[in-house]
Write a protein that binds this ligand. Structure first.
Ligand SMILES: Nc1ncnc2c1ncn2[C@@H]1O[C@H](COP(=O)(O)OP(=O)(O)OP(=O)(O)O)[C@@H](O)[C@H]1O
Length: 483
């Protein structure tokens, strides 16, 4: 029987058995097995030549869902005549091109993340899949902290459809910082001013888990499976994620894309850094010591409360535009993304600031917030929330505090405690009125003893008795879909 091969109209790729009764995809494991695929699950269609006979055949590579939200690749052989192959290949390639999947990626590998497997992961699990899908890669193995930021400062962004960080949350954060800072410079944004609207990125960032902390990947894909992360990047879907900026001493200290925890958790990260030689195990051991010596600190937290009405109005007035750093041609790849004045004009809102004061163990905020799903106690991540979720941990017994932190670690609701005060806001300022300070040569007040913020898994030093945090909505697209 002659096998002709066709693209069927309902978005399935199929081989036609010649009887017009059913459509099937020739399968290497045996004839007659019918595979129905959505074209959006197709990764690539490759022409191969059978050794000896020189007869060409096609191999279709596609995605299937496995258990526990994991994605896997599968392939099947499609037989037929050479002219049919050509027709099918052209048709499939045209369809795949119309999906605007990334074609050129810059990959930053942190070889020292987690169990130091980043380079192996790249060669064994990442590169082969990207190559299969004809994605050209510029691969940079980092040699020191700060390198992605340095490279991105000058990198020709026209040469990429996205960034990929192989490492942990810290590596993602560093790439995001490098990209956002570069874009602020290009757009001449006064990034040292906490109230300056952020120029958002239209270049997506992907993350492939290889670190000790892979929370962002877990949030995004519901699994920290490497192959799933690679497939999600290839498929090109992305969601808009918020970021926050941290300013102190009239300067931008950092952006964060995941978490910002001042006080106890910041101290934990600083203590963990001293035990880096222990590897990822340090995160299980060292925090116990930090919590035993926990200290509260007097704070004044001034914040701009969430105002749903107002936030909605601001969204309407946003315009659509292109990444300033990208030439028009590259934008074929970009989905239309909001060109944000991602921060509402805070200066206008000075009157709206509210204040909470007290002695606290921490002022913590999630950039990716968590919402309870369907009334049950399981939390689902929310990347584009209209406000920051901030909580103050007041003085409490050690046992209650440990219970609360354990819930937090297990990603369970942990705010139903009397000593937790919650705020939803668009930005806040932490003042440390009772922390000893001195005046430096410029007359600026500086803390005698630095305090720390856990900024996306890295310890960020607080040197000034005041710092500012601002939410920037939809600041950066991230490859993947929640779920
Ligand atoms: N080659 C390198 N050597 C050491 N540190 C690096 C290197 N490249 C990047 N870094 C820095 O390492 C930090 C942590 O990276 P990452 O999140 O990938 O690893 P992690 O294992 O999850 O975290 P940590 O190492 O802090 O436990 C990042 O802030 C990044 O700047």
């Amino acid at each position: 029987m002659d096998r002709t091969i066709e693209i069927y109209r309902d978005n399935c790729i199929l081989s036609y058995d010649g009887k017009k009764e059913y459509f099937s995809c020739g399968n290497s494991s045996g004839a007659g097995k019918h595979v129905c695929l959505k074209l959006s699950d197709v990764l690539a269609l490759k022409v191969h030549v059978k050794a000896g006979t020189l007869k060409p055949y096609l191999v279709l590579h596609y995605v299937v869902e496995g258990n526990g939200k994991v994605l896997r690749t599968k392939s099947c052989i499609i037989t037929g005549e050479a002219d049919q192959h050509l027709r099918l290949k052209d048709a499939v390639d045209a369809i795949l091109n119309s999906f605007h999947r990334p074609k050129r990626l810059v990959v930053f590998i942190n070889p020292n993340s987690g169990h130091r497997k980043g380079v192996n992961i790249f060669h064994n699990a990442v590169k082969p899949l990207f190559e299969l899908c004809d994605i050209s890669l510029r691969c940079i193995k980092t040699e020191r902290p700060g390198q992605p930021k340095e490279l991105l400062e000058k990198y020709d962004l026209r040469l990429m459809d996205g960034l990929v960080a192989i490492g942990g949350d810290g590596m993602f954060s560093e790439c995001m910082n490098g990209l956002l800072l570069r874009l602020q410079k290009d757009a001449q944004v006064d990034y040292n001013n906490p109230d300056a609207p952020l120029s958002a990125s239209t270049l997506p960032i992907g993350i492939i888990p290889a670190g000790s902390g892979n929370m962002l990947v877990q949030y995004l894909h519901g699994t920290i499976d490497v192959e799933t992360s690679v497939i999600k990047i290839i498929l090109g879907d992305h969601l808009l994620s918020n970021a926050v900026s941290v300013h102190q001493g009239r300067k931008l200290s950092s952006y964060a894309g995941l978490i910002l925890e001042f006080g106890l958790v910041g101290e934990m990260m600083k203590d963990c850094e001293k035990f880096r030689w222990l590897g990822p195990k340090r995160y299980n051991i060292v925090p116990l010591g930090t919590i035993l010596k926990r200290k509260s600190v007097n704070v004044e937290v001034e914040f701009i409360p969430e105002e749903p009405q107002k936030v909605k109005a601001i969204h309407k007035s946003r315009t659509f535009a292109r990444q300033m750093s990208l030439p028009a041609s590259r934008l074929q790849f970009q989905k239309r993304v909001l060109r944000l004045n991602s921060t509402p004009d805070f200066a206008e809102d000075q009157k709206c600031w509210l204040k909470k004061t007290g002695k606290v163990y921490g002022v913590d905020s999630y950039v990716v917030t968590q919402k309870e799903k369907d009334g049950n106690r399981n939390l689902v991540p929310f990347f584009g929330d209209s406000a920051l979720h901030v909580w103050l941990t007041d003085k409490c017994s050690l046992s209650s505090h440990v219970s609360q932190l354990s819930l937090l670690k297990e990603l369970k609701p942990c705010w139903d405690f009397k000593f937790i005060r919650e705020i939803r806001c668009r930005g806040y300022r932490v003042k440390l009125p009772c922390s000893p300070f001195y005046k430096d040569d410029c007359g600026d007040k500086k803390l005698k003893k630095p305090l720390y913020i856990n900024c996306d898994g890295e310890a960020l030093r607080v040197d000034y008795p005041e710092f500012d945090v601002r939410l920037h909505r939809n600041a950066v697209p991230v490859f993947g879909k929640v779920g």
